[in-house]
Design a protein around this ligand. Structure first.
Ligand SMILES: Cc1cc2ncn([C@H]3O[C@H](COP(=O)(O)O)[C@@H](O)[C@H]3O)c2cc1C
Ligand SMILES: O=C(O)c1cccnc1
Length: 353
């Protein structure tokens, strides 16, 4: 493997199959474009899967958990111990993403990159324990170059495991108390937008809390901005273990030819970083929802991403992506199962005019 594996170009899209799917959509018994985004995503999935009849039976969800040193600055409403407690909840089946994975018949894969408050080993969870969370980005880089590299590779490994199990769609989720702070800091530098336009309440900060969080992020940017020459510096200095792992996962998914459905603000910021590191991975991304976290809209715009849902969710864990899977499955079923004008003997074929 080359030193910078993430720069290897993404898998090619099957343009011929995509064109075939586009043509089929014009022949199905409906006015042109009447199924809106459902048409667009079915065509996209056909091209990505290289299959004129795209399928989404096997969905894989990897949730990456890690703590953040900056949490000690009071940028979240809850203590760091909640990261590990929620990981246990994921494993025990009680978290939102656990329920959604069951409902979807999806694989729920859990990866612990490093917690500040250790928990007992959980059966079925990959405890990587790279570090006891990231360092406090208010005072120093969140990650060392070595940790950043290890976290990127951990994300890649999750994708390789998903591919090995025959996954047809990859969803990344995150759990890390305080992680809307690093995500906001990264988004501010990646998009060159002021912090105030991107910062949000995360778990539910009030106005005072939001002002404090904004000041912390601005101070951190003052420290790191002069040292950030590109997306890798931004990831390493301002990100965190799970954000780097998700970035690595997205890069690897595109390289492996595995379509991915991106979640909310934090995952989308990792997606933006992945696209800045390797623009070829963008074609493999679909976007599940627009989170209520205010900065998400700007990050999506930076990715030219059209989210399928906008239902006021702001949880993370991969839940906004998981919520969109039934809609994607519906899009595939319509694409594969509807009759054409010729088959149904419907004389309203717009392509015949
Ligand atoms: C019980 C609980 C479950 C969660 N699941 C995801 N998050 C979400 O909230 C955190 C980010 O918000 P902030 O930056 O304000 O800490 C992340 O862990 C994210 O996944 C949760 C947060 C809580 C409290
Ligand atoms: O959009 C997200 O990913 C999000 C928003 C708030 C808290 N945690 C995650």
């Amino acid at each position: 493997m080359s030193e910078q594996w993430w720069q290897e170009v993404a898998a090619p899209i099957n343009a011929a199959v995509q064109q075939q799917a586009r043509l089929r959509q014009t022949r199905l018994t409906k006015p042109q474009g009447a199924l809106g985004q459902l048409e667009r995503v079915a065509i996209q999935l056909a091209g990505l899967q290289g299959d004129p009849a795209p399928q989404l039976q096997r969905v894989w969800i990897s949730v990456f958990a890690a703590d953040h040193g900056v949490a000690v600055e009071g940028v979240s409403t809850v203590p760091q111990a909640v990261t590990g407690q929620m990981l246990r909840n994921f494993a025990n089946g009680g978290a939102a993403i656990s329920v959604m994975a069951r409902e979807l018949g999806a694989t729920l894969d859990l990866r612990d990159l490093g917690l500040a408050v250790p928990i007992e080993p959980l059966p079925g969870v990959h405890h990587l324990n790279l570090a006891p969370g990231s360092a406090n980005l208010l005072h120093e880089p969140a990650l060392t170059p070595q940790l950043c590299e290890q976290a990127l590779l951990a994300g890649r490994q999750a994708v390789l495991d998903a591919v090995g199990q025959g996954a047809q769609l990859f969803i990344a989720g995150e759990m890390g108390i305080g992680n809307t702070t690093p995500a906001c800091a990264m988004a501010s530098l990646l998009l060159e937008r002021p912090v105030v336009e991107l910062v949000g309440p995360g778990t539910g900060l009030n106005a005072d809390g939001l002002r404090h969080k904004t000041a912390v992020i601005e101070a951190a940017l003052g420290l790191h901005r002069p040292h950030c020459a590109g997306p890798l510096d931004i990831l390493r200095r301002l990100g965190g273990l799970e954000i780097a792992a998700i970035t690595g996962a997205y890069l690897a998914a595109a390289q492996q030819g595995l379509p991915m459905l991106v979640d909310g603000f934090i995952c989308s910021t990792a997606a933006l970083c992945a696209v800045r590191l390797n623009p070829s991975c963008q074609d493999w991304m679909l976007f599940g929802h627009r989170s209520a976290e205010p900065g998400h809209a700007a990050v999506l715009a930076g990715l030219a991403g059209a989210p399928l849902l906008d239902v006021g969710m702001r949880l993370g864990e991969g839940t906004g992506a998981a919520a969109a899977v039934p809609l994607l499955r519906m899009a595939c079923a319509l694409h594969n199962g509807m009759a054409t004008f010729a088959e149904a003997a419907v004389a309203a074929d717009p392509t015949a005019c």
